[in-house]
Ligand binder design. Structure first.
Ligand code: KIV
Length: 267
C-alpha cells in the first residue's frame, strides 16, 4: 500500500530527489493522479481559468476553493494536498489570513496552504505557520498580481530583480514556509535561489535546477487549448482523444449501433 506523503517527507527530498507536483480540482482526476507517483497535489486557484473559464485567477472565491479542495480530498489521495489561498483571502489582515488558511484544513481536509508574495505577506505567513498550518510560498510571476505586473511577464530578470526575489525567498523561509513555488523566473536565477535555501523550490517555467516541478493538469494532459505558455509541455493530447471518443459515440447513436445487446437490459 502507498504511504501518505507528509510535509516532513517533502522537506527531506531537498537535495536528494526531485519533487513532482500537479494541480487537481475534482475527485475523478485526483483518483487518476494518485494512481501515479505524484508527491503533491495543488488545488490551485488556476481553477478559476481551467474549471470556471475565467481570464485569470482574480475572481476566484474562498467558497470556490473550499469546494474544489473538498472534491480532491474526497478521493483520499496519498499525495500531499495543498489548498491555494485565493486573491483577497489573506491580503487584508493577518487574522483573515489565519482564519481562511484554517478553513482549508478544517472544512476541506487539505494538509497545507499556498499563498503568493514575499516580504509584504511575511506577517501572514508567520501567523499561519504559528497556527500549525504548513505553508507553501509562491514567488516570481504570481498570477494574482497580473494587473500590477502589467501582464504575464517573466520576473527576476536583471540583478536587482533577481536579488529582490532571493530576498523574498529567504524571508519566506525565515517566516516558516516549507517550500516555495517559483513561477516564470529565469532558470539561472531559480537555480541560485534553490541553492541558497534549505527548503525545496518547485518550479513552473523556472528551469531544471529547482527541487521540483509543477504543471497545471489540464495543460500537461493537452486538454486546455485556449493558450499555451512556453513552459507547458503536453504529455498527452486528451483534447483529441476525448473528441474522438465523442465523435464515435455520436456516430453510433445516430446509426443506432449504440446501445447494442451488451449494453442493454434485455428483460
Ligand atoms: O493556481 C495554480 O495552479 C498555481 C500553480 C500554477 C503553481 O498556482
Amino acid at each position: 500500500m502507498k504511504k501518505s506523503i507528509t510535509v516532513p517527507d517533502i522537506l527531506s527530498k531537498k537535495g536528494k530527489e526531485p519533487i513532482v507536483m500537479v494541480t487537481s480540482y475534482d475527485f475523478t482526476m485526483t483518483r487518476i493522479i494518485d494512481s501515479s507517483d505524484i508527491d503533491i497535489i495543488l488545488v490551485g486557484d488556476s481553477a478559476g481559468v481551467v474549471m470556471a473559464g475565467g481570464e485569470d485567477t482574480i475572481g476566484v472565491s474562498m467558497d470556490q476553493m473550499i469546494y474544489h479542495t473538498k472534491c480532491v480530498t474526497s478521493a483520499k489521495p496519498c499525495a500531499l494536498i495543498v489548498g491555494d489561498m485565493p486573491f483577497m483571502s489573506y491580503q487584508t489582515s493577518v487574522e483573515q489570513a489565519v482564519r481562511n488558511a484554517g478553513r482549508f484544513l478544517q472544512e476541506a481536509g487539505a494538509k497545507a496552504v499556498k499563498l503568493e508574495g514575499g516580504a509584504r505577506v511575511r506577517p501572514q505567513v508567520e501567523a499561519i505557520v504559528k497556527a500549525d498550518i504548513p505553508l507553501m510560498g509562491h514567488l516570481g510571476l504570481t498570477p494574482q498580481s497580473v494587473h500590477a505586473f502589467g501582464g504575464h511577464k517573466i520576473q527576476g530578470r536583471g540583478n536587482e530583480a533577481a536579488r529582490k526575489l532571493l530576498d523574498d525567498a529567504l524571508i519566506l523561509q525565515d517566516a516558516g514556509a516549507f517550500s516555495i513555488v517559483l513561477e516564470c523566473v529565469p532558470a539561472p536565477v531559480a537555480g541560485e535561489i534553490t541553492q541558497a535555501l534549505d527548503i525545496p523550490t518547485i518550479g513552473i517555467g523556472a528551469g531544471v535546477h529547482c527541487d521540483g516541478q509543477v504543471l497545471v493538469i489540464q495543460d500537461m494532459l493537452g486538454m486546455f487549448k485556449e493558450f499555451k505558455p512556453k513552459f507547458v509541455k503536453r504529455y498527452a493530447n486528451l483534447f483529441d482523444t476525448i473528441k474522438d471518443a465523442l465523435d464515435t459515440y455520436a456516430g453510433e447513436v445516430r446509426q443506432r449501433t449504440f446501445p447494442d445487446d451488451e449494453h442493454s437490459h434485455m428483460q
